[in-house]
Design a binder for this molecule. Structure first.
Ligand code: PBG
Length: 333
């Protein structure tokens, strides 16, 4: 390679900029593309008759069982892959009774959504107790106030059946209890729900980026989740959790949050024999919104760059609050 100092042309045979020269060329050689079908929209559903905006997540609301109908129809029209439902119950108690009550808000909402768009979207439900417990933990507590792993598994079994009966096609196990995939698979099979699939939040970290979600589900958590969610310091452990979930029969595995854990996502994608998803969580959404509102970043570019990066790192599909907006933009292009 020869790079003359006198202004003559450099003698370069390899010029990577050739493939960046025009929009059409860049589009042709793009390694990663976003598709509506690879996006899953998380939705919050509350009791009562009025949707409620979330101050910590501008543009996102807690829906009602009525208002959620329009949004899932829109999601179906846009060709999204699915919706992930979270319940926001009024009443909470120590064991999260609302989670297993067929008339609990999440199970009600699931029936509504399944009836509305059951064939057009994959209807998914969060299988975790934190939205339903008065202490805000993802499991039940023992006499000393610690999260009791095995007692929680019994609750998850019942929750899985209640959700499957309501029409959930994919239960999202986000509680990070040991053995949760095996327990739920066993119970679903025993109760005739062999075809209900399991999404395992395999590598789920104890993250500050869930902050706005706590408002979204009205969580009352005191303390933290560090005895069950993973330490952000640990990469290898993400792989260990994933391999355990695969052994136990997970149909899909997930890494969460996404942006601060792209290395873990790449590790998981390299070994997984099932689809790998990632969750762009509430705090990732709110950071983009806040910076964009201040004029500090270009909002649309930041949205596309963040989700493209998550796909490039190895996610086959992404849970993101931006799913409808991305799908709409793709359609308009
Ligand atoms: C647990 C759950 C959480 C989220 C999804 N499922 C909260 C937590 O683990 O503390 C967070 C999602 C988000 O922040 O967008 N039910």
């Amino acid at each position: 390679m020869n790079s003359p100092r006198d202004g003559a042309r450099a003698d370069l045979t390899v010029r990577p900029r050739r493939l960046r020269a025009t929009p059409a060329m860049r589009r042709l050689v793009a390694e990663t593309r976003l598709h509506a079908a690879d996006l899953i929209l998380p939705l919050f559903v509350r009791e009562g008759t009025e949707p409620r905006p979330l101050s910590s997540m501008p543009g996102i609301v807690q829906h009602t069982t009525e208002s959620v109908r329009a949004i899932v129809n829109e999601a179906a029209d846009l060709g999204l892959g699915g919706v992930m439902l979270f319940g926001v119950p009024d009443a909470k108690d120590a064991i999260g009774s609302g989670a297993t009550d067929p008339d609990g808000i999440l199970n009600q909402a699931t029936r509504v959504v399944a009836a509305e768009v059951g064939d057009a979207l994959v209807v998914q439900t969060d299988l975790c107790l934190d939205e339903f417990t008065d202490h805000g933990h993802c499991g039940v507590l023992d006499s000393e106030g610690r999260v009791d792993n095995d007692a929680t598994l019994l609750r998850y079994r019942d929750m899985a059946v209640a959700q499957a009966e309501s029409g959930s096609e994919l239960v999202g196990l986000s509680g990070m209890m040991d053995g949760q995939v095996a327990a739920v698979r066993d119970e679903l099979d025993a109760r005739g729900f062999q075809n209900t699939a399991i999404l395992a939040y395999s590598a789920k970290y104890a993250s500050a980026f869930y902050g706005p979600f706590r408002e979204a589900v009205g969580s009352t958590l005191k303390g933290d989740r560090k005895t069950y969610q993973q330490d952000p310091a640990n990469r290898r452990e993400g792989l260990r959790e994933t391999l355990l979930d695969l052994e136990q029969g997970a149909d899909i595995v997930m890494v969460k949050p996404a942006m601060s854990y792209l290395d873990v996502l790449a590790d998981v994608a390299a070994v997984s024999t099932v689809p790998v998803w990632a969750y762009q969580v509430s705090g990732e959404y709110s950071m983009i919104e806040a910076a964009a509102a201040n004029g500090w970043i270009d909002r649309e570019r930041a949205i596309f760059e963040s989700v493209t990066g998550i796909r490039r790192a190895g996610a086959d599909a992404v849970l993101t609050y931006y799913a409808p907006e991305i799908a709409q933009t793709l359609r308009d292009q």
